[in-house]
Design a protein. Structure first.
Length: 156
């Protein structure tokens, strides 16, 4: 529980479609709180919601959109919250994982002649221009992943 009156300026970030705002909200609340209590017992019910990851499997536009939001909210954390060196390093690694996931997903969709959401692609380039360099090695990673999977199946 928290005092909405005391933390009226802490709100969910609205420019995210799939993931991120809930994490940022709770982190900001924790940073500004004088006291936080932990319990091993359920003290309140978080409520129902929509499964943001349904229909976001490999080869879908939603897969790319979720990766885009992951990068966006993690970059928000890096630029807007006080983080230790270790936390920054961890978040940067997660940004890189999401980058690779985004570009692998896009290459996969192109290889399988699926339609490309050009608007989302443009948003991704604007959000993370340096991440576009991932395209230089992602095809090699995909070949390596496929080879490793085939090798594992042969060993079984």
């Amino acid at each position: 529980m928290y005092s909405r009156k005391k933390f009226a300026d802490i709100r969910y970030l609205e420019n995210y479609k799939h993931t991120g705002p809930e994490y940022v909200f709770w982190i900001q609340l924790a940073l500004r709180s004088d006291k936080i209590a932990f319990s091993s017992e359920p003290e309140c019910r978080y409520g129902g919601g929509v499964n943001i990851f349904s229909e976001s499997g490999w080869g879908t536009d939603k897969f790319l959109s979720v990766r885009h939001d992951e990068i966006k909210y993690r970059k928000y954390l890096l630029h807007n919250l006080p983080l230790s060196k270790e936390q920054k390093s961890h978040i940067r690694k997660r940004v890189q994982q999401s980058r690779v996931g985004f570009w692998k997903g896009l290459v996969h969709n192109l290889m399988h002649e699926r339609r490309v959401n050009w608007q989302l692609l443009w948003k991704q380039v604007k959000l993370d221009p340096i991440g576009c360099a991932s395209l230089l090695y992602v095809p090699g990673l995909m070949v390596s992943d496929r080879f490793a999977a085939r090798h594992r199946r042969e060993e079984e």
